[in-house]
Design a protein. Sequence first.
Length: 136
Amino acid sequence: MNQAMNSSNNPTVDAISIQELFEQADKAYIESFIGRFWNKVQTGPTYRCWEWQACTITAGYGQITYCYNGKTTYLTAHRVSAFLNEGGESIQDYYVCHKCDNPRCVNPFHTYLGSAKQNVADAIKSGTHVSVKKSK
């Protein structure tokens, strides 16, 4: 994955999964990366959004840089959070959908793994889908 995921969290954009990145790195780097990740999150009670406090992409999703063996990869924060919450299992084939409609939120209690159809349906229902925004 040499590119950040665009304005969406489309899993098909990834050329390499977070799981594959972690498999290629040594334990010390992974621990450092995870520590760096959580240092950029304002956590709190699980009913509140845990907002990403660092760089964001255009759509407002958090972004973190993963640099290992001279390769730089940009990852969206909510996808990293979901990957960590899933215990390192692959989330490559899923969208990480927000229940809270806050793209900066990385609280795993506020997201779920879903399909493209679920992601679009949620966005239309909440009024955050591009077609809904344009028609207002």
